[in-house]
Design a protein around this ligand. Structure first.
Ligand code: SIN
Length: 528
């Protein structure tokens, strides 16, 4: 029986939503295992966060006899400030070596040192040089190239709603140039990337509009740790710079650059034993504090001491030169900007969410790897590992066949993107307080309109509006400061808050779940 109200229908064992590393890895793995996979992406082939990733992939690959998986786990947990799920961390970090080997087998070319061996750099929070990179500072572009090779993706196809029935997921409603369509499938993977477009300045592409968070909430899945939005400390500053801004990779500090203020004084001296290579939340807060104290709107990265800068960092050099700055002879103006969502759709280490048949992987997922602050270069690693695992796990749904009956689109609230960005930047950036966060939610509600449109830009606005409310609710609920979440009204980190805030939609409203002890992350010796 054709589904009424749609222009076209298709069938798959797995629908992948998103064309970055996590989605493409899942699609490749599932296809190789004989599943029929359809991958949809709302944009074109290169508009993914993966494409723009610079630093690299953190991996313990045996090159350094003193580096160990346990040490990478400990660094990850230290950066995550007590909120990492250590079992998840160990599971994902330990799988990194195999994941990078798979990528190499597919043709990825990593940079090599003068000795001909794979080169490794260091980034904030890492106790060893364990970051492999490609094209100098273009690791993401290489990962995207290799992941996308020989894959079919339906571009310009936007996910509207995950369809469910008694057995869980039964398909995906999408909007494309062919009109509304239904893809019947027992498994849907959300690999939609992040939410950087909640803010006026971000390192994320324009498509990072939190679509996966909104789709998951509408499907009844749990979300957690959404208050932990990571601000990258060193994003190229311009007084009129909004939208996606060029990143100045942490690897630049890893190779010896230092952060200084207008007077040439170190920004991080005395703040953390790792100085400029402290975890990102620490460095972003140090910069924010220095800017508040000085009234300036940026600090500087001094990279002049790095030999061969342009060869090691060609993408960054080009971005700086475009902005009229030569990093070999001039200081680079930088300021923190939204970079990564540490929280997201709650999953296990195989990408399974709380809804049968719904999977999430990559930035949209919250596996427990990142806790309150993601460690540098753990994101491509997670996308590769979780992508492959979802590609395997999805086979468990291959025999499930649900029926699609209702393809109606429930009305949602949408404020224009620029309004959401203005409110979030003002009230929910690096430093927050409760009054601001509650005011933000009221202002969002006041400036939203009701809509049931399937127009992609309205769907994006609606995802941003719902997610902005969710970030504000989670941030207001967490009455402490920890990792990427700093509150002036609760400046201390509290032992009582060593747990995650979970969010869920009930009867069309967002709810923060009670602080449930059973939700407490597993804590053992490696987590300080
Ligand atoms: C960077 O190169 O600094 C970003 C890498 C990351 O976000 O992990």
């Amino acid at each position: 029986m054709p589904v009424p109200g749609v222009s076209w229908e298709d069938h798959a064992d797995l629908v992948v939503v998103g064309g970055g590393v996590a989605g493409l890895t899942a699609a490749r793995t599932a296809s190789l295992r004989g599943l029929r996979v359809l991958t949809v992406s709302k944009n074109g082939p290169l508009d993914t966060a993966t494409q723009f990733a610079q630093g690299g992939i953190a991996v313990v690959d045996g090159h350094d006899p003193f580096d160990t998986v346990a040490s990478h786990v400990a660094d990850t947990c230290a950066a995550g400030v007590g909120l990492c799920d250590e079992d998840a961390v160990r599971s994902i970090v330990a799988a990194g070596r195999g994941a990078v080997a798979n990528l190499t087998e597919l043709g990825a070319v990593f940079d090599r040192g003068r000795d001909g061996n794979i080169a490794h750099t260091r980034e904030g929070g890492h106790s060893a040089r364990r970051i492999v990179h490609a094209g100098g500072d273009a690791t993401g572009a290489e990962v995207q190239r290799v992941s996308a090779a020989d894959q079919n993706v339906l571009f310009d196809t936007m996910a509207v709603r995950v369809l469910t029935g008694v057995a869980g997921v039964s398909g995906l409603l999408v909007s494309s140039q062919r009109g509304l369509g239904v893809i019947h499938a027992p498994a849907v993977l959300l690999a939609t990337g992040g939410l950087g477009q909640l803010y006026s300045c971000s390192t994320n592409p324009s498509g990072a509009t939190a679509d996966g968070i909104a789709l998951a909430l509408a499907t009844g899945a749990d979300i957690a740790d959404l208050e932990f939005v990571q601000f990258h400390p060193t994003v190229l500053f311009a007084a009129d710079g909004v939208g996606r801004r060029p990143l100045i990779s942490e690897a630049v500090r890893g190779e010896g650059a230092v952060l200084v203020d207008d007077d040439g004084k170190s920004v991080t001296a005395g703040v953390h034993p790792l100085g400029d290579l402290a975890p990102r939340d620490v460095v972003s807060r140090a910069i924010a504090a220095r800017l508040t104290a000085s009234g300036a709107d940026h600090v500087f990265l001094d990279a002049r001491r790095i030999n061969g800068f342009a060869d090691r960092f060609p993408t960054i050099t080009a971005s700086c030169l475009d902005a009229g700055i030569d990093p070999r002879s001039q200081l680079i103006p930088v300021a923190p900007a939204a970079h990564y969502s540490c929280g997201g759709v709650v999953t296990d280490v195989h990408g399974r969410t709380t809804v049968p048949g719904l999977y999430a992987a990559g930035e949209v997922a919250r596996t427990g790897l990142h806790g309150a602050n993601r460690l540098a270069s753990n994101s491509l690693l997670e996308g590769l590992v979780l992508g492959e695992r979802v590609g395997i796990a999805a086979a468990e749904r291959a025999e499930v066949r649900g029926e699609v009956t209702d393809v109606s689109v429930a009305p949602s609230w949408a404020a224009p993107r620029a309004v959401v960005q203005e409110l979030m930047t003002k009230h929910a950036s690096v430093i927050r307080d409760g009054d601001d966060l509650r005011g933000l939610r009221t202002a969002l509600a006041a400036r939203s309109a009701h809509s049931a449109s399937t127009d992609p830009s309205v769907l994006e606005d609606s995802a941003l509006t719902l997610t902005a409310s969710a970030v504000a609710l989670a941030a207001d609920t967490r009455t402490e400061s920890r990792g990427c979440h700093t509150r002036t009204d609760f400046p201390a980190t509290s032992e009582d808050w060593r747990l995650s805030v979970r969010l869920r939609m009930r009867d069309g409203a967002l709810e923060a779940l009670e602080r449930d002890r059973s939700d407490q992350p597993q804590l053992t010796g490696a987590c300080p």
